[in-house]
Design a protein around this ligand. Structure first.
Ligand code: SF4
Length: 349
């Protein structure tokens, strides 16, 4: 097992993210065509969960930025990283970041107004067929998140590499690009890093329509915190990072105990070995079928994942000749935010 941050010389190496690796393990045929070949059948279906999750992640980043400024007193870091995260161009005079933040006398009012502006100036818009993922529900979720996190912010400082250098890394939305065994790149975005008296802790924000014990228990073994633990060690140079705080919040608040749930999970070197073996397995599978993804194994248990028919059912049920014709008519999917950050050179390397 050998890990290091990527350099520009590694750009030719194949890359995986947690989502890509999970998709390939869910159904190799689907994962390879959809996420490695980046092909799909255009449909009118809008991935509302993804859109809403992205919008809320901008709110979580806004909260952490505000915390840097008002709780940790790092105004210049707040401004630099606010522009990094929300302005289209770092040299832009006044961008989305400046338009969204207006100083106020009451700290809570200021925080909420900033988060609402970020939410409302993003790309999310309501869909009449979805009554859960709505702007109004997400505003209520924002209030719940801010009130809960504000109460503990002074005990949970954001990790800052150098308090005297505003351009240095801070633990907010860190896109990373790392290399495994000089052969494979693994990419992703760390939502947060906090520096507590006992050490650095990862923070992973999740939005969900249900938060229960089963959801919570799944994080005892999920690979995302494991791979991100390795990334956080490389980003910070601290080899003792083991904890991730999972912060789950429901997109529709129901005034119940399950509206927001946060807890810690631990990842030791045995867990890292298991994740490493998984990525190596996914890479072997990819090498075997990437030239002929139509012949990749079909894991039919996943044809109705999340109680929806897989978008490739017509493809998989067609004859081989028809499959080829259908494959050639597929469109290219847009890049995910992590892929985009890496291709635009925004990843930490
Ligand atoms: S329809 Fe089933 S077998 Fe075909 S790609 Fe989708 S999940 Fe895999």
């Amino acid at each position: 097992m050998k890990f290091r941050l990527a350099t520009p010389n590694d750009s030719h190496l194949p890359y995986y993210s947690h989502s890509i690796a999970e998709a390939i393990s869910t159904c190799p045929k689907w994962g390879l065509i959809r996420y490695k070949q980046r092909k799909y059948f255009k449909s009118n279906y809008r991935a509302m969960a993804l859109d809403a999750g992205s919008a809320m992640h901008e709110v979580f980043a806004a909260f952490r930025l505000w915390q840097l400024y008002r709780i940790q007193g790092l105004e210049d870091h707040f401004k630099f990283h606010g522009r990094r995260l929300f302005n289209a161009d770092l040299n832009e005079g006044e961008g989305r970041f400046e338009r969204s933040f207006k100083p106020r006398t009451d700290p809570r009012d200021e925080l909420l107004a900033f988060c609402f502006e970020i939410l409302n100036s993003g790309s999310f818009y309501d869909d009449p067929s979805d009554s859960i993922r709505t702007m109004s529900n997400m505003e209520n979720t924002t209030i719940r998140y801010c009130d809960t996190m504000l109460a503990i912010a002074d005990r949970n400082p954001i990790w800052v590499r150098d308090v005297n250098d505003p351009t240095a890394l801070v633990g907010i939305e860190l896109a990373f690009d790392m290399v495994i065994d000089d052969e494979i790149r693994y990419i992703g975005t760390v939502d947060g890093l906090s520096e507590r008296t006992e050490g650095i802790r990862l923070e992973e924000n999740k939005t969900a329509s249900r938060l229960d014990e089963a959801w919570r228990d799944s994080f005892q073994v999920k690979f995302q915190p494991t791979g991100y633990t390795v990334a956080a060690r490389l980003l910070t140079g601290r080899t003792d990072i083991e904890k991730t705080k999972i912060i789950g919040v429901k997109l529709k608040q129901t005034r119940s105990m399950e509206d927001m749930l946060s807890f810690e999970v631990y990842r030791d070197n045995d867990a890292i070995r298991n994740w490493y073996n998984f990525i190596r397995y996914i890479h072997r599978l990819t090498l075997e079928f990437e030239r002929n993804p139509l012949d990749a194994p079909q894991f039919t248990h996943s044809c109705n994942r999340y109680s929806r028919p897989c978008g490739f059912i017509d493809l998989c049920s067609a004859s081989p000749d028809d499959q080829l014709a259908m494959y050639e008519s597929m469109e290219e999917t847009p890049l995910s935010p992590s892929e985009e950050a890496i291709l635009n050179g925004k990843a930490v390397t």
